[in-house]
Design a protein around this ligand. Structure first.
Ligand code: BV8
Ligand code: ZN
Length: 245
């Protein structure tokens, strides 16, 4: 069922009021109203120096041109620096205390869910504010390191850092997907917010929740490959819809 942003169905209201375990999966769309460019949708993909992001964010770029990867990620951190969470992030942060069990899983690397007060966020694709040492694996907050330009060095061992972000072709952080999948199996209400549902294994989480019998709700101005498996598709911007609940 597709309902306009103005109306939250009585069915969803009652399920929201009675849910015991809720899973929320977010994608770039939840940060769109904060000014973060999405990757796809709206007929464009994020380009940088003429290269599409899915070329830049390829794992082989780490070996072939780590400096270019840092230039791309330094640019993105620069853009994100001034951006703030929007009402969608805030609504989700408030939902946590309304349910016995609540799990927020994000594909986003922008850190805006944390900035809005969400805790225990499962970040499937890492976090653009962290660097990881290629030699010793130590992780650092790049804001603390004061990283601006070029390839930062590891304060521990002097090795080169890489962004602590999962690039295409790379494994997700150890245990992150498994933890999210276990929550998806046990949730009775699942929200899929602002994702084109094209990237795996993240996009398989709503399929797991649906198979486990969860009530499925998609929040997105556009339909996606997941729309047909949702009980409700709330067609509109997350920043306007989520605060209605
Ligand atoms: C893995 C970090 C396995 C980097 C990201 C062929 C070749 C190579 C790989 C593959 C392949 N086929 C499949 C794969 C696997 C690949 C994949 O799924 N590719 C897809 C594209 C086909 N997956 C991987 O590589 C993953 N790893 O599978 O490893 C493996 C096994 C063994 C050994 C080794 C490896 C790793 C995937 C992670 C990639 N990293 N990001 C960076 O940020 O640069 S993914 C990237 O896409 C972002 O993280 C983003 O979150 C993610 C998904 O995009 P969305 O979040 O959905 O954003 P998008 O712009 O697409 O959509 C926005 C949506 O919001 C739209 O629907 C729009 O309508 C909506 N919207 C807009 N405004 C609003 C809104 N909604 C609500 N409110 C609004 N206001
Ligand atoms: Zn190191």
């Amino acid at each position: 069922m597709q309902t306009k942003a103005s109306g939250i169905s009585s069915e969803l209201r009652s399920r929201f009021a009675s849910a015991r375990s809720v899973l929320v999966l977010t994608g770039a769309g939840v940060s769109a109203e904060s000014g973060v460019p999405t990757f796809r949708g709206g007929g464009h993909t994020t380009l940088w120096k003429g290269m599409p992001f899915n070329v830049l964010s390829l794992s082989r770029m780490i070996e072939s041109d780590l400096a270019a990867v840092w230039e791309w990620f330094n640019y993105r951190r620069g853009v994100l620096q001034t951006l703030k969470p929007n009402p969608a992030h805030q609504a989700i942060a408030n939902w946590r205390r309304r349910f016995e069990e609540f799990c927020l899983v994000t594909q986003n690397v922008d850190g805006l869910h944390h900035a809005a007060g969400s805790v225990d966020v499962i970040e499937l694709h890492g976090n653009v504010w962290r660097g990881r040492c290629l030699q010793c694996g130590s992780r650092y907050d790049l804001r603390a390191l004061g990283t601006r330009e070029g390839v930062p060095s590891c304060p521990e061992c002097g090795g080169s850092l890489r962004p602590d972000v999962v690039l295409f072709g790379e494994m997700l952080p150890l245990g992150a997907f498994e933890q999210a999948a276990a929550k998806a199996e046990n949730c009775d209400l699942c929200f899929v917010v602002g994702t084109s549902a094209l990237v795996y294994p993240a996009a398989s989480l709503p399929e797991i929740a649906s198979t486990s019998g969860a009530y499925m709700v998609e929040v997105n101005p556009e339909r996606t490959p997941l729309s047909d498996l949702c009980h409700e598709v709330l067609c509109g911007p997350a920043g306007e819809i989520l605060p209605l609940l």
